[in-house]
Design a binder for this molecule. Structure first.
Ligand SMILES: Nc1nc2c(c(=O)[nH]1)N[C@H]1C(S)=C(S)[C@@H](COP(=O)(O)O)O[C@H]1N2
Ligand SMILES: [Mo]
Length: 524
């Protein structure tokens, strides 16, 4: 077909520019939907935002393998990765809706409506949902459909009309599209901004006064020698800003000490609800404890050590009178995450606390402000509930916690682990004496020995730093007489009970990874 032939056929010919215009119309309509949803969610409740509700539901519906995949692939950037994935999907569907609405009205609108149904379903099934939580999505989708219809109609009348008027209509399309874009961006931005400041939680945290810990209840000072102080090694205490973060919260809960309460109920003699003043009227203790995530791979960095201030959990359990039949503390966060902790572990004398401070600061919002649990020796998913607001005293044969329902183990003590931190992965070093350094942990049992070997030669004892506590990790160094070539370093630890870390490789699912960490190093 020549250009001349197509001239008489212009009504059925589609300019590539027009396709783009229609796709943009669909994307803008979706943007208006999400922006308005975000803004209305400030009034209705954070979890009613359609984007967040769908994201959170996706997270909650993920089985153990999906969490493993996300953490292994994206690490602690799993949330941005999910947001980007969702955004790409929405942009594609919205673009299709825009293209289709022009030729097959109202199928484009129907696509937006279908997305709205998904949003409403997600918003109404969030743990804290009320009927009003449908509102941001419903209003957002209605506005989006209006935008889609207006933008696709304007553009259509343009090309049906006299070609000489095409430019003017294009201009009015651009004006309308620009307006829609402005509405989408401002509503989303204002919504986000209000959500973060309206709660007053930032101000509340700034005004937080750290509890004063009596000298006898303070954590012993960390001896200088506990830290191997080798360039590239892990600092003994993890700064808050570097502490790994793992949770299911797509928007960090922003509670205040004013609205925080902890309801303790279930198999107890006396149900109570603690307010902030009741909590801080107790005697605080300060303890260093190393947290570890069950998803940590051999050699991974989902572990961190902090000095916490908090209130002993065992005292609170004594106060409410726990039934002798109960064996689980089911703790719930403000956003509906749950952990099931064995009551025996909470009452066996270890320093299980309701923590309010981390390394001399109020808890960062990401780490549970204003109150989280810290239980030495247990992986985070069964013990370390952040933003904790509810305790049910129950039994393992009656209740199932969040990750247990998704395929992870009910009981999850931390497994003995050791890691080479220096030399760096795939590092190059000069031949001669090379300092190899790393970290080992077996919380609440303690580390008694770390061994290193090169290229499967006999194991050599590493030098351990002084033990700070059995609840914290321990560092080690080993001097290697390195010769030119590529070598494989391996490490294994022995806990204080004499149990050598197993060589058997196991995946994190269902109760933590095992195996020896090895690292390949090129010596030049
Ligand atoms: N509310 C809430 N608390 C939670 C989680 C969560 O998803 N939600 N994840 C747990 C897991 S799996 C771990 S490993 C620790 C991580 O604590 P951190 O983010 O302070 O390092 O928090 C635990 N507490
Ligand atoms: Mo975890």
């Amino acid at each position: 077909m020549t250009d001349g032939d197509s001239g008489g056929n212009r009504k059925t010919r589609t300019h590539p520019g027009e396709i783009v215009g229609r796709a943009v119309s669909g994307i803008l309509a979706a943007g208006v939907t999400l922006g308005i949803g975000e803004l209305l969610a400030v009034a209705v409740g954070t979890s009613s935002s359609p984007f967040l509700a769908v994201g959170s539901t996706t997270v909650d519906r993920s089985p153990a393998w999906a969490r493993e995949f996300a953490i292994d692939t994206f690490g602690t950037s799993d949330k941005p990765a999910l947001f980007i994935g969702m955004s790409i999907l929405i942009v594609v569907l919205a673009a299709v809706a825009g293209i289709v609405e022009r030729t097959h009205r109202p199928y484009g609108s129907a696509i937006l409506l279908a997305l709205g149904v998904v949003g409403v379903y997600a918003a109404l099934t969030r743990p804290d949902a009320t009927a009003a939580h449908a509102l941001p999505t419903v209003v957002g989708v209605a506005a989006g459909i209006v935008v889609l219809r207006v933008l696709t109609r304007r553009y259509r009348s343009a090309d049906a009309a006299d070609p000489s008027r095409d430019g003017m209509s294009r201009r009015s399309f651009l004006v309308l599209a620009g307006t829609a874009a402005a509405v989408a961006v401002t509503t989303a931005a204002v919504g986000r901004h209000l959500a973060e400041t309206v709660a007053g939680s930032v101000r509340n945290r700034l005004g937080f006064v750290l509890p004063t810990v009596a000298a006898a209840d303070r954590a012993p000072a960390i001896p200088a020698g506990a830290d191997v102080a080798t360039p590239g090694a892990t600092p003994y205490v993890t700064p808050n800003g570097d502490f790994y973060r793992i949770d299911t919260a797509l928007r960090v809960p922003t509670l205040t000490t004013d609205d925080w309460t902890l309801r303790i109920h279930g198999m107890v003699d006396r149900e109570i609800t603690l307010g902030w003043d009741d909590l801080v009227a107790r005697t605080p203790v300060e303890r260093a404890v190393t947290l570890t995530c069950v998803s940590n791979q051999v050699g991974g960095d989902l572990a961190g050590n902090a000095v916490w201030i908090g209130y002993p959990i065992a005292d609170l359990l004594d106060e409410v009178g726990v039934s002798a039949d109960a064996d689980m503390l089911l703790s719930t966060s403000s956003d509906g995450f749950t952990a099931g902790t064995p009551i025996s572990a909470l009452r066996d004398g270890r320093d299980a606390i309701l923590a309010v401070a981390m390394n001399g600061e109020p808890l960062p919002f990401e780490h549970g402000y204003p109150v989280r649990q810290v239980v030495p020796g247990l992986y985070g998913y069964v013990s370390a509930t952040k933003w904790v607001v509810d305790w049910e005293i129950t039994r393992f044969d009656r209740a199932q916690a969040y990750w247990t329902r998704r395929g992870w183990a009910e009981q999850a003590p931390i497994k003995t682990a050791s890691r080479i931190d220096v030399p760096a992965a795939l590092g190059r070093v000069d031949a001669g004496t090379v300092t190899v350094a790393g970290t080992a942990w077996a919380q609440h049992r303690g580390i008694s020995r770390v061994e290193v070997r090169v290229d499967n030669e006999p194991w050599q004892d590493a030098t351990l730093t002084p033990e700070y506590s059995i609840d914290t990790w321990r560092q080690w160094t080993w001097q290697w007489q390195a010769t030119a070539g590529t070598h494989t370093l391996q490490v294994r630890a022995t806990d204080a009970a004499g149990e050598v870390q197993t060589e058997d490789r196991a995946d994190p699912v269902p109760d933590g990874a095992t195996g020896w960490h090895s690292r390949s190093v090129t010596v030049v």
